[in-house]
Design a protein around this ligand. Structure first.
Ligand code: PRP
Length: 211
């Protein structure tokens, strides 16, 4: 039997996913050890392999077939735009993709003026402003702490994830528009879906009963 490989986005999402997999009888104890420097973990009995990677790389591993199955946020799926099947919403890691900024910036979203947007998600921001709002925008790509951008005058608004809203609140910013809801999704390589259809469908079916 061929190994099936799982790519999980590093962080809390990975542990929540491992909990769900465990309830389906799929275990990988070693991967939970925060001290290990090992990168690939094997469950010989079930012929499964697991690895953790940066969220943004999960769709890449899955598209190119280095992983058969991935678990990653919808934000990353939208941003990366890879050719992969999205097969299940796990309903964990729920949050929203939003346009946020100081309340004074709200009028810039309607008056047709050129707006500058900072984001870790330039593709999502571009798609939203150009294709949905039909508004000309200048998108500035940042790599983190995006809320800083409107505070120091780098941008008018941001496009970012809002979970509890605490980061926005503590920095005097507000949600100005909601782009879409987000959560963790199971993604599958297109070839694996055909070649390993039975095993993959069983796993997805078992997971679907829990979410
Ligand atoms: C995410 C996101 C927001 C924050 C939202 O940042 O980019 O900054 O969480 O969460 P809240 O609504 O619960 O406050 P992350 O922790 O990934 O850090 P980074 O932006 O610096 O990468």
């Amino acid at each position: 039997m061929k190994y099936l490989t799982f790519a999980l986005a590093k962080g809390r999402l990975a542990f929540d996913t491992l909990d769900l997999l465990e309830k389906c009888g799929i275990t990988c104890e070693e991967i939970r050890d925060k001290k290990t420097r090992k990168l690939l973990f094997v469950n010989e009995e079930l012929k499964l392999k697991f690895f953790l990677s940066k969220a943004a790389d999960v769709p890449t591993y899955v598209e190119l077939g280095a992983a058969d199955i991935g678990v990653v946020g919808k934000d990353t799926i939208l941003e990366e735009g890879r050719n992969i099947y999205e097969v299940l919403d796990l309903n964990i890691g729920k949050c929203r993709m939003c346009v946020a900024g100081p309340i004074e910036a709200k009028k810039k979203l309607y008056d047709g003026s050129l707006i500058r947007i900072a984001s870790k998600y330039p593709h999502i921001a571009t798609d939203y402003f150009y294709n949905k709002k039909h508004q000309t925008a200048q998108i500035v790509k940042l790599n983190g702490s995006v809320e800083l951008a409107p505070i120091v005058g780098l941008s008018d608004v941001i496009v970012d994830i809002v979970e509890t809203g605490t980061t926005l609140k503590e920095n005097g910013l507000e949600v100005l528009e909601e782009i879409c809801p987000l959560s963790a999704r199971v993604v599958v390589n297109e070839v694996s879906m055909k070649m390993e259809s039975e095993r993959i469908r069983r796993i997805v079916k078992d997971l679907s009963k829990l979410v």
